[in-house]
Ligand binder design. Structure first.
Ligand SMILES: Nc1nc2c(ncn2[C@@H]2O[C@H](COP(=O)(O)OP(=O)(O)OP(=O)(O)O)[C@@H](O)[C@H]2O)c(=O)[nH]1
Ligand SMILES: [Mg+2]
Length: 464
């Protein structure tokens, strides 16, 4: 059978494989009701193809007169369903065997196993969702915090598509004026008309800029930021990791060199998903394992969005600290002076530290006594967005594909603006406008290639 053939009826287990309360087998396509007729036995003998849409029925899945499972079956008929096709969902008992067996029966009766994201792909191809909305489905599933979910849900509800489409309509409007000028050059543009076009172009440029810029915020919500805790051995990195995670995830001990491997977890700070990594203390070591651990710490530091550089208040700043400071030069960072509870042994304070840095944020903490931890969390959240954090209700771009298209459109519209200002040939302007309109269309999935669709939907899970 051909991949992505709309004539196929597709089927998949839509719930995670494993033991659970229920497991759902989902089917979509022209034969799904017929297939359900053949495997479902309701109490009164009525058939799924005769059920009214959006009704739920109790019954059994049977094969060769044997009961396979006791189920609830829901029918959603075309066009009012997730895929706009006939959809049947079968809620089975949530064991691996029951759902597998039901899946097998559907396959035997002519359904084909769905590709990852194929249900959503059909929803897109059948016009229920545009592409940006379809992509948001995967983001909703993967959302790491409430704020990530909000951004994804806004996109799914069409917030981004509406903004982009409005810009696109304005670009089309500008293009039609410019093209009319090419077709009827003797009529030319009146001064008032030209002024209005320039104004509209400026407006489009500034809306596009806003959208492109929103990506910095959007990507943080979607992917999270990578924060690396680093420092020489024994300063309290793992203790901080556990405290931020609110559970004992990594081993803490008074022995230097306790942490050997980098450990990554996700925390939610003021709604921002932060991928936080505890690393092995960096120092010159002889052992092979330690060497490897230090190398790994260094590799993580290269990728870091934010570095939490930890120093020890009870020890003097030494060569190891200075080496690490050198290593993280140029990185966005917060310098932590830990163990301030050891007041009698105070060797390193804000003054010593500030002399070593230019304008880094410095925070004195005691992880053990939980001092200044809330302040530290606020500081991390502020540092991520550097005051740009809006969590605005307006459309936020969180997808690299969208950003790229919007950025190209933005550049084209900047050219349009310049060409209008300098009264260059309208043919040139028309070309730039066409390109901008094309790029904006890509966001919603207008004239995207199969390859792009393949790439987008392969990220989805099977059954979605
Ligand atoms: N007094 C005091 N001790 C602390 C504080 N934070 C951590 N410690 C202690 O410092 C020791 C080392 O802590 P860890 O969290 O294992 O340090 P680390 O930086 O992860 O060490 P390595 O994994 O070996 O690089 C432990 O005995 C902790 O209990 C603090 O704020 N005050
Ligand atoms: Mg450690």
């Amino acid at each position: 059978m051909l991949k992505n053939n709309a004539e196929d009826t597709i089927v998949a287990i839509s719930t995670p494989v494993g033991e659970g309360g229920i497991g759902i087998v989902r089917m979509s396509g022209p034969r799904s009701l017929k297939i359900a007729d053949g495997i479902f036995l309701s109490k009164d003998g009525s058939k799924p193809s005769k059920f009214r849409t959006y009704t739920t029925h109790y019954g059994h899945i049977v094969a060769e007169n044997r009961i396979i499972d006791e189920v609830i079956l829901t029918v959603m008929k075309t066009p009012k369903s997730y895929t706009k096709e006939d959809v049947v969902e079968i809620n089975c008992h949530g064991g691996i065997q029951a759902v597998k067996k039901v899946l097998d029966l559907a396959l035997k009766r002519g359904a084909r196993l769905a590709e990852p994201g194929e249900f959503t792909r059909r929803a897109f191809l059948n016009g229920r969702l545009d592409l940006a909305q379809a992509e948001a489905v995967a983001d909703v599933i993967r959302a790491k915090t409430e704020a990530s979910l909000k951004v994804a849900m806004n996109q799914l509800e069409g917030e981004l598509s509406r903004s982009v489409d409005a810009v696109r309509q304005d670009a089309i409007d500008i293009a039609s004026h410019i093209e009319a000028g090419i077709d009827f050059p003797e009529e030319g543009l009146e001064l008032g008309e030209k002024k209005a076009l320039v104004k509209k172009t400026e407006d489009v440029v500034s809306r596009l800029k806003k959208l492109v810029d929103s990506y910095e915020e959007g990507i943080v919500f979607r992917e999270g930021v990578l924060a690396i805790i680093c420092g020489k051995p024994n300063v309290g990195k793992s203790s901080l990791m556990n405290l931020l995670l609110k559970r004992d995830r990594v081993i803490v001990s008074p022995l230097p060199g306790t942490t050997r491997d980098a450990v990554e977890e996700i925390i939610n700070l003021r709604g921002i998903p932060i991928r936080i990594v505890d690393t092995a203390g960096i120092s010159e070591t002889k052992g092979a394992v330690e060497k490897e651990a230090v190398l790994k710490s260094k590799r993580y530091l290269e990728m870091a969005d934010i570095v939490l550089l930890m120093l020890d208040a009870s020890a003097k700043i030494d060569k190891r600290d200075l080496d690490i400071i050198k290593l993280v030069k140029g990185k966005k960072k917060i310098v932590l002076i830990n163990k301030i509870d050891l007041a009698r042994n105070r060797k390193t304070g804000k003054d010593e530290v500030k002399a070593l840095f230019e304008k880094e944020k410095v925070m004195e903490v005691s992880v053990e006594k939980k001092r200044n931890i809330k302040e530290l969390e606020d500081m991390i959240a502020d540092t991520v967005f550097e005051g740009r954090f809006s969590q605005a209700e307006s459309a936020i771009v969180s997808n690299a594909r969208h950003r790229e298209a919007l950025d190209k459109a933005y550049r084209c519209m900047l050219s349009v603006k310049r060409e209008l200002d300098e009264e260059l040939s309208p043919e040139l302007t028309a070309i730039d406008l066409r390109e901008a309109i094309f790029e904006l269309g890509l966001v919603m999935g207008k004239s995207v290639s199969e390859d792009i669709l393949d790439r987008i939907f392969e990220r989805f899970c099977i059954g979605k």
